[in-house]
Design a protein around this ligand. Sequence first.
Ligand SMILES: Cc1cc2nc3c(=O)[nH]c(=O)nc-3n(C[C@H](O)[C@H](O)[C@H](O)COP(=O)(O)O)c2cc1C
Ligand code: SF4
Length: 456
Amino acid sequence: MADFPKIITSRYGLPQSHTLKVAEQHGAYSAARMAFTTMKPEQIAVEVKDANIRGRGGAGFPAGVKWGFLPKDSKVAPYLVINADEGEPGTFKDRTLMELDPHRLVEGCLIAMRAVGAHVCYIYVRCELVTSIQRLEAAIEEASERGYVGKQPFGVDHATQIYVHMGAGAYICGEETALLNSLEGMRGEPRLKPPFPAVKGAFGAPTVVNNVETIASVPDIIRMGGKAWSDQSRLPRDGGTRLYGVSGHVKTPGVYEAPVGLTLRELIYDLGGGMLHADRPLKAVIPGGSSTPVLRPGDLVNAPDPAHPLHAWHGKSHIDVPMGVDTFRALGTMLGTCCAIVMDDSVNMVEAARNLMHFYSHESCGQCTPCREGTGWLHDVLENLCEGKGKLQDIDLLVDIANNMMGNTICAFADGTAMPMLGFLQKFRDEFVVVAKSGVPPHSLGATVRALGGVS
Ligand SMILES: Cc1cc2nc3c(=O)[nH]c(=O)nc-3n(C[C@H](O)[C@H](O)[C@H](O)COP(=O)(O)O)c2cc1C
Ligand code: SF4
C-alpha cells in the first residue's frame, strides 16, 4: 500500500488515542496554544486561506473564503457550528475523527473560534453516533478541566464554550440551514437563502458552519503553516491531505488519509485492496457519497482542447482523473464527501437506483413540491420496474421527473437526488431498457444484463 504522510490521522491507531493524555503526548493543543498566544486572529485566517482547504462536507467551498464572509461590523459575536450529521449514504469518515481523535476537533474548534471571534461553538452530531457523542463530551470535559475550553484559554481573554447537540437522525439536518433550525428547536427544514448563515445563522447571529474534517484540519494548518499544508496536495487550489472512504465491492473497505488528487484507481486497487472477487470486474463507482453522479471505468476523458481543465488526462479512464473538487466537476460528477461506493458487475443498476431513490423519497423534508413529489415518483417508477411491471416509456418519465426537480427548490437536496438519477440513466440506459422490456424483476436478469457489454 502507498505510504502517504499521516497528518489528520497521525493519532489513529494509538492506544487510548481519544484521551487528552495520549493526544497531548502526541502534539494536541500545541497549535491552539500557538494560535492563542502568538498569533492575531487575522493571521490565523490568512493561514487557513493559504491552505486552500476546500470544505469537506460535500460542496467543497474554500473555508478561508467562507470565514471572510462574516460581517465585520456585527454587534453580536458569531457562532461556530460544526456539522457532524454525516448522513450521506456511503460516508463514514467524520465519525472516525470523533471516535479516534476528538481532541483534534476540539482543538480545531478553539482555533476557529479565536480566528472568527466566536465564543460559543455547537457540534451537531446525529444521535446514532453514540461513541462519537460520548468521546466528544469526554474530550470537552477534559479540555475544560485543563482550562483550554473556558474563560481564558491558554491565559488569553477569549472565553470559549463548546456544546455537543444531538440531532435525531434526519438526512436533511445535514443541510446547513436545516441543521440551524433543528439546533434552535424547530423542524429540521432548510431555510431560503439569502440570507446565508454567515450573515444570519444560529439564533439570528452571524454563523460559520463547517464540516468536522474541515475544522479538524485547522490545527495542522496552523502547526505546519497554510502553504506547507496546502502543498501536500497534488492539485492546485485544493489543498492538503484528506480522508478518503471506500466501501462496497473492495477487499479492504475503510477510511484512509491521502493527498488531495488521489485517483479512484488508487483508492480502489491500492488503498481499497482491489476488487472483492477476482472474477468480478469493476462496473461502476459513485465517487463521493450517493448524491454524486456515477462513473464507469470504461469511459475516457474527452478533452482535446488544451484549454480544457482536464486536457492533461485526455484519453485516460475516468478513474485515472485526480479526485478534486474542480476536476470532478469538470468530469460531470462531484467529489462530494470523497467516500466512494464501488460496484462490481453483479450489481443491477436499476436496483441500485431504486435503492437510492427509496432513501431520498424517505428523507425529503417535503417543503418543495418538485422534491416532495419528484422523489416519490422516482421511487415509485423504479419500484415498478424492479417488480417487472415497467414500460419502456418509464425511462423517459424518469428523465422528465429528474429534470423538473433540478434548480427548482429551496435546497440542494433535490439536485442531489436528480443528478445521480440522471447519471444512472445516462450511463446505464441499456440496463434500464432490458429491465423495462423484459417484464421480469431485474435480479433474475443479472446474467443477461452483464452480457450486454458496455458496462466494462
Ligand atoms: C441534503 C444535504 C445534506 C448534507 N449533509 C451534510 C453532512 O452530513 N455533513 C456536512 O458536513 N455537510 C453536509 N451538507 C453540506 C452542508 O450544507 C454544508 O455545506 C457544510 O456543512 C459546510 O461545511 P464545509 O464548508 O466545511 O464543507 C449537506 C448538504 C445537503 C444539501
Ligand atoms: S429541496 Fe427537498 S429537502 Fe430541500 S427544502 Fe425542498 S423539499 Fe426540503
